[in-house]
Design a protein around this ligand. Structure first.
Ligand SMILES: Nc1ncnc2c1ncn2[C@@H]1O[C@H](COP(=O)(O)OP(=O)(O)OP(=O)(O)O)[C@@H](O)[C@H]1O
Ligand SMILES: [Mg+2]
Length: 386
């Protein structure tokens, strides 16, 4: 749970329970919640509204005195996925985030809603929800726009041509090393050359029907993918940069396409390397992280809205470079957006497309000294394993 959610939870609890809180603290707690630009509501065990901040009143289109007379059933249709989420919170989940929900009730009709829910352990049965509409969750919108842009046929062809370059530079770098290195290392480099050559072949094979042909999904060990990408980077564009890893060794396999995941991570690591080299930071470092993280779910793009996929596998590529230029940010995942003299601006469009095809989600956080691309990916589902 984020620090903000924790702080909100504590404050809400003070407001809802009133009595145990020293009265001197109460106005402060109320005004903090009132000032928050996100909608915060608390539901009782019977799903009645016991608290709503002003942003929530605006979001729901009802004042708190009105809401206090109502329960969630009065606002949303009974098949709303929000009921499922609230139920899961009451039966053990401590925190869940759900994106891209539609609220379609008699009093409320909104699309693209993100909800973060958490239990109030000190107040059993009560559930706290933070609601954000599509405008607030702009990064998600951007992703969807990027998805569409990358799907255009021309964009697709350009992306493919672009993608042939990365493995080729890996091959060239490795071959160069081979020439000047001693015999012992030859074998590892030969393996690298073979793997990269295979990848180009697989890409070119797909060229005719790129975008049409469904890619083969399998259980992929993401740590092997990361190590492969690191080796390619080391022997090419990332030569001389420091890499560090923080892996969760018990992480289950990703349900995905190995070659495509290599492409995604190669692009993210290449961007990090570019930023570090251009930024000239003294202690340049690329950090690769994997984690298991409960709670983030997304509507399955290939099925109806009630079928939601959990994305518990987190893969992070972090660098300590200068950060993403301000003017690039609103269009980050669109094709042909680049701040580099020789950049094509296709890397992140490709990343967005592949992650979308995997049913995953990307988050970006960037400030000078720390840029982080976080991939949330699905794991092997039981029905896929059979
Ligand atoms: N880790 C990062 N740090 C700072 N800026 C970044 C980072 N990753 C991406 N960017 C910014 O986003 C832009 C778009 O990245 P993208 O990978 O799509 O294209 P590119 O790297 O410029 O070109 P290409 O990948 O086609 O060679 C980059 O030009 C850069 O300005
Ligand atoms: Mg790039």
């Amino acid at each position: 749970m984020s620090g903000v959610t924790k702080a909100v939870r504590r404050t809400v609890l003070s407001v809802v329970r009133r009595s145990p809180v020293p009265t001197t603290q109460l106005p402060e707690a109320v005004s903090i919640l009132a000032a928050m630009p996100v909608a915060v509501v608390v539901l009782s065990e019977e799903n009645r509204f016991t608290y709503a901040n002003p942003a929530a009143e605006q979001f729901l289109g009802l004042s708190f005195p009105q809401l206090a007379q109502l329960s969630l059933d009065d606002v949303l249709p009974e098949d709303s996925p929000l009921f499922l989420m609230v139920g899961q919170l009451r039966t053990g989940a401590t925190s869940i985030a759900d994106h891209d929900l539609s609220f379609d009730g008699p009093r409320l009709s909104k699309k693209g809603i993100s909800v973060q829910g958490t239990t109030l352990s000190e107040d059993p049965g009560s559930v706290l929800l933070i609601l954000q509409d599509g405008n607030t969750v702009r990064s998600l919108d951007r992703q969807i726009a990027a998805r569409n842009a990358a799907r255009s046929i021309t964009g697709m062809a350009a992306i493919l041509a672009h993608e042939i370059k990365n493995p080729l530079s890996g091959i060239r770098g490795a071959a160069q090393l081979l020439e000047s290195s001693v015999a012992e290392t030859d074998q590892e480099l030969t393996v690298l050359i073979r793997e990269e050559a295979d990848r180009i072949r697989a890409l070119v094979d797909r060229m005719e029907v790129f975008g049409e042909k469904p890619v083969a999904m399998e259980a992929v060990n993401i740590h092997r993918v990361l190590e492969h990408v690191r080796r390619v980077a080391r022997s090419g564009f990332g030569d001389g940069l420091r890499f560090s890893e923080s892996y969760d060794p018990s992480l289950p396999s990703v349900w995905g396409n190995r070659d495509q995941l290599v492409q995604v991570l190669l692009n993210l690591v290449k961007n990090a390397a570019d930023a570090l080299i251009a930024g000239g930071a003294l202690e340049s470092e690329i950090t690769l992280i994997t984690r298991y993280q409960h709670g983030l779910r997304l509507a399955n793009p290939t099925s109806d809205s009630d079928n939601r996929v959990e994305l518990p596998l987190l893969v992070v590529v972090r660098d300590n470079g200068p950060g993403i230029p301000e003017d690039i940010r609103p269009h980050l995942f669109e094709p042909f957006v680049s701040s580099k003299p020789s950049g094509q601006g296709l890397g992140l469009a490709l990343v967005a497309k592949i992650i979308a095809d995997h049913g995953g989600l990307i988050e970006v956080e960037s400030r000078p000294g720390r840029t982080e691309f976080r991939l949330h990916l699905p794991m092997l589902a039981e029905e896929d394993a059979q």
